[in-house]
Design a protein around this ligand. Structure first.
Ligand SMILES: [Zn+2]
Ligand SMILES: [Zn+2]
Length: 162
């Protein structure tokens, strides 16, 4: 979990006069809403002797949860390094705060346009074997649902229309 990013989330929530408190206990128990989605960011292998310089992922699985009395948290799933197998912690970009703020506003009944990102098919590859989200059944790719609000370029739409 990333309580340090709460400020960024709060700032986005303030735009719509919404306010939430970070709930520091990482468990599903007591949550009133739960939502699996994905964010973008970078992983850096924490193993000093590993040659892997790090990797970017657009498919970092996260579970956003809402609790009573305007509390929320989010679990960000780690990925394993493909060179040494160590668990690596992601460093997220702005998409963390954006996704969470969007979801909390939506749960609060605020109408918004759906955010959308464009990802090329080549960037869409996801190594499920290395993804903790997939392992725990909380990665959208583990249950065969295309990641939300990612438009996939280069899919064979024309072939389907024949
Ligand atoms: Zn490594
Ligand atoms: Zn996954």
């Amino acid at each position: 979990m990333y309580p340090a990013l709460h400020d960024s989330v709060s700032r986005l929530l303030e735009e719509d006069d919404v306010s939430f408190t970070f709930f520091a206990i990482d468990e599903n128990k007591g949550s009133i809403e739960e939502y699996d989605t994905n964010i973008m960011g970078r992983f850096k292998c924490l193993n000093n002797v590993c040659p892997n310089a790090g990797w970017a992922s657009k498919m970092i699985a996260i579970t956003i949860r809402m609790y009573p009395e305007q509390h929320y948290n989010a679990r960000v799933y780690h990925q394993c390094c493909k060179d040494c197998g160590s668990l690596s912690q992601p460093f997220s970009d702005d998409s963390y705060a954006q996704r969470i703020a969007y979801r909390l506003k939506k749960w609060s009944g605020i109408e918004m346009d759906r955010p959308s990102f464009t990802v090329r098919t080549s960037e869409h590859r996801h190594e499920s074997a290395l993804c903790e989200g997939c392992k725990h059944g909380h990665c959208r790719l583990s249950y065969g649902v295309a990641p939300l609000s990612f438009r996939i370029q280069g899919s064979n739409t024309s072939a389907e229309m024949k």
